[in-house]
Structure formats: C-alpha cells, structure tokens
Design a protein around this ligand. Sequence first.
Ligand code: ATP
Ligand code: MG
Ligand code: FE
Length: 356
Amino acid sequence: PLVLGIETSCDETGIGIVRGSTLLSNTIASSMDEHARYGGVVPEVAARAHLEALQPTIEAAVAEAGITLDEIDAVAVTSGPGLAGALMVGIGAAKALAVSLDKPLYAVNHLVGHIAADLLTGEDVEYPTIALLVSGGHTSLLLVRDLVSDVELLGETLDDAAGEAFDKVARILGLPYPGGPEIDRAAATGDPAAIRFPRGLSKASDLAEHRYDFSFSGLKTAVARWVEQDAARQAESGDAPAIPVPDVAASFREAVVDVLVTKALDACARYGVPRLLLGGGVIANRRLREVALERAAAAGVAVRIPPLSLCTDNGAMIAALAAQLIMSGHRPSTLAFGADSTLPVTEIQVDEVEAG
Ligand code: ATP
Ligand code: MG
Ligand code: FE
C-alpha cells in the first residue's frame, strides 16, 4: 500500500511516503532553531511551528515521491507519546486529509514507529529484536517479538532522557543547544577516563531490582558538582577558573554510553535475542555507535543502525508502521482518537475499528 505518514510529536514536522517497505520520500521541517535560545523544546512554539510547516512539508513530500495525493491508499499519524499540543496539530491535519481524500486513517505509536524505521533500510529485518531508543524525549529499551502485535517495554528513564542529559550537561559546560553534537565534538580531544562519573542504576543489584530502567539526573548533578568543586580548587591555587571541557565531556559521554550499551546487551543475553536495533537522535553519538558495535560483536549480537535521517523523528517511519498494519490485516482507526502524550508502547495502533 501507498501510505502517507505524519509525525508531529516533538519539534520535527515529518511527512513520509512509503509503498510497503519502500521509501519514496521523507521530508522534515524542524523548529529546533527556534527552541535553541530557550535551551530546550518549548511546547507552544513547537505546536505553532507544526501548524505553519505541515502544508508545505506535505506538498514537498508528495512532489519528491512523484505521486499525487489521490493515489495514496491510507494516511498514518502519530497519536502519542509526545507533546500533546504538537501531536494534536498533526492529528487534526491527518483527519482532515483522510476525510477529504476519503481514505482510511491509521493512528499509531511513535515509539513503535522508530522500530519500523528499520524496515525502510532495504535490508532483511528479523524479529525478535531488542531495541534501544534514545533521543531528547525518550530512553526506552524494548523487546520486539512482532512489530504489529507484540512490543514489550523492558525499561525506560525514570527522570531525564539520554539526549536531555546531553543538553543539560552542555549547558553546564557553557556549550549551546542542542548539546549532543557539541559534547560529541568536545569529547573527541578529551580523556574518557579522566573523571569517573556515576553509572545510574547499573550495579548488579540495580540491574536485578530496576531491571532495565535508566536514570540520568544523578549523572547530570555529579557533573555540575564536579565542575563547581574543580572551579573552587583552581581558585584556591590562584588560577583563573576554566572548565576542562574536553575531559568532562568525554567522561560524561563515556558514562552515558556505558549504561546504555551495558543494559541493552544484558537484555539481549537475558532474553536470548542476538539482535539489537538502535534508534533516536542520540544514535548520532559517535562513541555510542563505536562502543555498541564493539561490545555487541564480542557478545555475538548483530547491531542494526538505520541512517540518521530515519533514526530521528520522521514521517516515513510512521507510514512504514501503518503499511505493516495494513499488510497484516489490521483495520483503520476510527476518527475518535486524540493525542495521548503518555501512550504506552504496547498500544501499537490506537482506536482500531472493530470487526463486523
Ligand atoms: P523525541 O524523538 O524523543 O520526540 P527529540 O526531537 O528531542 O525527541 P531527536 O530529534 O531524535 O529527539 O534527537 C535530539 C536529541 O539528540 C537532542 O537531545 C540532542 O542533544 C541529541 N543528540 C544529537 N546528536 C547527538 C550526539 N552526537 N550525541 C549525543 N546526543 C545527540
Ligand atoms: Mg527532535
Ligand atoms: Fe522520537
């Protein structure tokens, strides 16, 4: 089926068009720059930006795919999780488009969409797989037995998301938003072993008790405290205080990466699943990719990393998930659904029309 997907859960307006598992276009407008001066995504600003970007982004995606709108078989949209106001803008547009074209509408889960992105790489995809999704909004470890029917949440962050931790630590170090790329760059010339920062919820006892949940706020606090104490030390010895940014960045990055990879591979071992899929914007992190590939190879786990344009929020992954739902016989969603900012990952499709 030819599906147009709409994604507006955060700060990317993503429109994607797929035919089955073949990617035809993936067009994105981001309001990232508008949020930069606030140091993080501002929900009202994101919602307004989606409203302005939707129409031109749909037109661009349709043109790039070389189709006309009336050719599509279905419309797909993210119904959650995400920012409620941002989600509602995409949902409104999707409903209007589906009604005006008289096409079925599929309301789907954003997190499961991230997993569906892997289908668009053109390579064979096998389940079950463990999936690690890390972005500015989520840090989730999933066991995917079947994309359209069986996704289990193994753990998620109890406080900050991994990308959020990068953004907050960047601010402590005086680096601009978004902090992930800045810290990655600064870390390149730093020593990852310079400072031993805490690995939240990663002791053997934590692993037993918290299973696969994550916590990054303690790490952020540890970095802030270290920087403060180091400044005091420098002042005492009569130096003008300067943060050793490369060493702090490298040591912080190492702690985040260590936790993420340790837990993901522990899940692969515990569930006997020799496959690990990585998704979300933090996958851009060079050290994360490096350590994941290294340690997975040693553990006999195959790692899949889709191209970054499919790892960050996009509409193509939403369309790809809906195409799978259609091909496996799922009915469309009713028009009654709304935005669900805390939609659980087990709800792969929302508000499916009942049979009969
Ligand atoms: P979500 O996908 O949860 O809805 P989002 O829009 O914040 O939210 P993405 O756009 O996928 O998420 O990713 C943005 C996040 O990724 C930011 O927090 C950013 O700092 C982080 N990030 C980007 N590049 C890197 C990098 N090289 N290393 C670490 N983090 C990175
Ligand atoms: Mg984003
Ligand atoms: Fe996302």
